[in-house]
Design a protein around this ligand. Structure first.
Ligand code: ADP
Ligand code: ZN
Length: 732
């Protein structure tokens, strides 16, 4: 960005970026009173008024007599140049048009509205005519607040009275009622509130991180440590340093369900809760977070990947917890990886990044190896906890009746825990009851009408569900193909079916089933997790959801039903993912004082990945995996981009794919190769035919400009869509 000036006088030609899908910045005239670079404005566009951002001087290549004026400057802090630069570079990297980038940065409602008001209550000077218990409680609560105010609801709840008691005191002047803007700053966090005494390992890591944050400059640290080693405890010290510097911090978590536990820990460490940003947060609260990050009224934000696009006033630290987690990659809309974008934003605003994980991604492992990232390691679990013993159950030697999945060996192990009043977890990475429903008469498998995918039976929902498009239908009683009655049968296990088997084997056990589709809300899930953690269940049956960071102190046994499941795909990260997932799941066991055990059912105990998981020899595993990726020239030792074309017309989509493949000049010039077109592994989703091309290039290739030049001549007519996925994580 060539920036000439940061203020534009009234009438000056300015360029305004809007969130509308236009391929250029539009010229307008600065409004009365002028406007700042980065100001949020409302501009006329055709008959409409749309949100825009003052992006720079106007281009002046448009008929001057037709240029209109900005309608008004919105009541929001102008976007800082750091964020403008981040949006530009993230857009360039992901080949995303700028209007879509601006949409990411303005995901809060009513940004331009004047601050709405609400009533707040504090201690007044008046003396009530008579005192009651209820009145005394209200005044006591307010005295405790030391001059701070509460809302009516907060005050009534804290005092355990009805709101009319408060209102009565207001009338007598004993309680003061005032108007206050709704977007209030978040409570102040105190970096010195209550640090824990750290172990030697933790102290060293914390001191290193604090020193890095104190440099007030960019740097990335890979914080590796087994589950339960105290990574959170350690990175909270880095947050403390950041807050002490007067800068803001952002902690990204891969799963909303993890925030509740984290908020409590922040409260314990800093004496107040941080701001929260994710899909479960109300719109008014989102607006408050957005505004307060810009004004400095939020010191710490905990959130999902989109929190990276908040308008922080002075961001000094970004923590990416569970950095290997695939949910950091956004798989629709703007295809970005929040982990990589965190590093980009930090490098622009002079912040530190901490990538925390028990099982880092190969990308981060390689960056640390190459010296680009600092590496810190916590080797032992906190307190008496030790890593669980890992063993394979060789399924070739187990006697299992048809349609059951819990081997006799695993059954005995679970029974033993139940007898000892300890918890056990059975893990299967498959939602629903059964992955396949087949007709015993004709062999027909029930598929989705809109996708090339089987429908998955969900007994809990009493429906068949397509995991691709979300389409559901009731379970038919006759075969849709041959119309035979009562011949439809479930094939293969899902988490619900496993729960059924477990309940039959262990009739006395209290079961808890944890699968993402079984909870209507994050709150319900959180409540269930708390119940389990406090001993409200004996046997947990769960999907991937349980692998992520929850603390179950009573859990001493993890049984993996199918350790081979993830190894079947052709995905280049199949080995890495299986290794990470198995270690994460196993890490759930034995977190408190009792040692844990992990048993993995497998038909191929001699498979190198299974052997690596069992031996726990990570260095060996990563070295071997890195060697294979290096010789194949794939990430992190080569570059990939996925091109996904789709259309309702199968011919059209292949024609475009072939035309792209034939005209690959711009790619060849930079040494990149294109593969395909080929039907995508799931060749039809939501009625759209999907075709993939894969572009491969040596590491260090400037791939994006070549890709942009390559696709530019192709106009997408009618139903055709093209998505470019830089550094693809999924290949479906
Ligand atoms: P990780 O993030 O590596 O999984 P945590 O930070 O969650 O580990 O620590 C695991 C458990 O041990 C938590 O309950 C945490 O509060 C506790 N813990 C870790 N370090 C300490 C410490 N130095 N003092 C007291 N408790 C600790
Ligand atoms: Zn479908």
């Amino acid at each position: 960005m060539a920036l000439t000036s940061s203020f534009f006088d009234e009438g000056t030609l300015i360029g305004v970026l809007t969130t509308q899908p236009l391929d250029r910045v539009l010229d307008y005239r600065a409004p009365e009173g002028g406007c700042h670079l980065g100001a949020f404005v409302e501009v006329p566009l055709g008959p409409r008024k749309v949100l825009g951002l003052v992006w720079g001087p106007g281009r002046g290549d448009y008929d001057l007599s037709k240029i209109r004026s900005v309608i008004r400057v919105l009541d929001a802090a102008p976007m800082r140049e750091e964020l403008m630069s981040f949006l530009t570079r993230a857009g360039d990297y992901t080949l995303t048009p700028m209007p879509a980038m601006l949409r990411l940065a303005t995901r809060a409602p009513g940004l331009g509205d004047p601050p709405s008001m609400r009533k707040i209550y504090s201690l007044g000077d008046g003396i009530p005519d008579r005192m009651t218990d209820a009145r005394t409680r209200v005044l006591d609560v307010l005295r405790d607040m030391g001059g701070l105010s509460l809302t009516l609801k907060e005050l009534a709840e804290a005092a355990g009275v009805t709101t009319s008691v408060v209102k009565g005191l207001v009338k007598q002047g004993a309680v003061r009622e005032e108007d206050s803007p709704r977007d209030m700053p978040f409570p102040t966090l105190d970096p010195d509130y209550a640090g824990k005494a750290l172990t030697e390992d933790q102290t060293v890591a914390a001191a290193t991180l604090r020193a890095s944050v104190a440099t007030r400059s960019y740097g990335t640290t890979l914080l590796k440590g087994v589950t339960g080693s105290g990574k959170t405890e350690v990175y909270l010290e880095a947050v403390a340093e950041c807050l002490a510097q007067g800068r803001q911090a952002l902690v990204l978590l891969p799963e909303i369900a993890l925030t509740a536990e984290f908020l409590t820990r922040v409260d314990e460490r800093f004496g107040a809760k941080p701001a929260e940003w994710h899909s479960g947060v109300t719109m008014t609260e989102r607006r408050r977070v957005w505004k307060m990050t810009a004004q400095g009224g939020a010191q710490l934000v905990v959130g999902a990947r989109s929190a990276l696009f908040l308008p922080f006033r002075d961001l000094g630290l970004i923590v990416v917890d569970e950095e290997h987690d695939t949910s950091y990659k956004q798989e629709d809309g703007v295809l970005y990886n929040a982990r990589d974008m965190a590093v980009l934003r930090a490098s622009i605003c002079g912040a530190q990044v901490i990538l925390a994980s028990a099982t880092p991604s190969l990308e981060s492992w390689a960056n640390a190896d190459a010296g680009k990232y600092q590496r810190l390691e916590l080797t032992s679990r906190f307190g008496a906890a030790v890593m669980p013993e890992m063993r394979a159950i060789d399924m070739r030697n187990e006697q299992l009746p048809g349609s059951s999945w819990i081997s006799p060996t695993l059954q005995r192990a679970v029974q033993q825990r139940l007898d000892n009043k300890e918890q056990a977890l059975l893990f299967i990475n498959r939602r629903g009851y059964a992955p396949v429903t087949i007709c015993r008469a004709c062999g027909h498998q029930i598929g989705c009408d809109h996708c090339d995918a089987r429908m998955v039976e969900h007994r809990f929902l009493k429906r068949l569900v397509c995991h691709q498009c979300g389409e559901t239908k009731p379970m038919p009683t006759t075969c849709p193909s041959c119309e035979a009655e009562d011949k439809l049968a479930a094939v293969g296990p899902g988490v619900e079916r496993l729960a059924e088997e477990a309940q039959a084997l262990f009739p006395e056990a209290r079961l808890a089933v944890l699968s993402s589709d079984m909870f209507g809300s994050a709150r319900a899930l959180k409540a269930e997790i708390e119940t389990i953690a406090s001993g409200g269940a004996d046997l947990i049956i769960g999907t991937q959801l349980v692998a992520k960071g929850h603390n179950f102190p009573l859990l001493t046994l993890v049984g993996v039903i199918d350790a081979d499941l993830g190894l079947q795909g052709s995905d280049l990260r199949a080995a890495e993912r299986t290794f990470q997932l198995m270690r994460q799941v196993a890490g759930r066991a034995g977190r408190a004082d009792k040692p844990g055990q992990a048993l993995m059912q497998t038909y191929q105990p001699e498979h190198p990945v299974i052997r690596a998981i069992l031996s726990g020899d990570e260095q060996d595993f990563w070295t071997a995996e890195a060697g294979e990726r290096r010789s194949a020239g794939v990430p992190p030792y080569g570059r990939l981009a996925g091109i996904i074309l789709s259309s309702t017309d199968v011919q059209e989509v292949f024609d475009l794919g072939n035309a792209l493949a034939r005209n690959d000049g711009p790619l060849r010039r930079v040494g990149a190769q294109v593969f395909g077109p080929a039907p995508a592994p799931i060749a039809r989703v939501r009625g759209r035919h999907r075709v993939r091309l894969l572009v491969k290039a040596p590491k260090g290739t400037a791939l994006q400009p070549a890709l942009a030049e390559w696709v530019k001549p192709f106009r997408l007519k009618g139903e055709l869509r093209m998505a470019i996925d830089i550094d693809p994580q999924s290949f479906y």
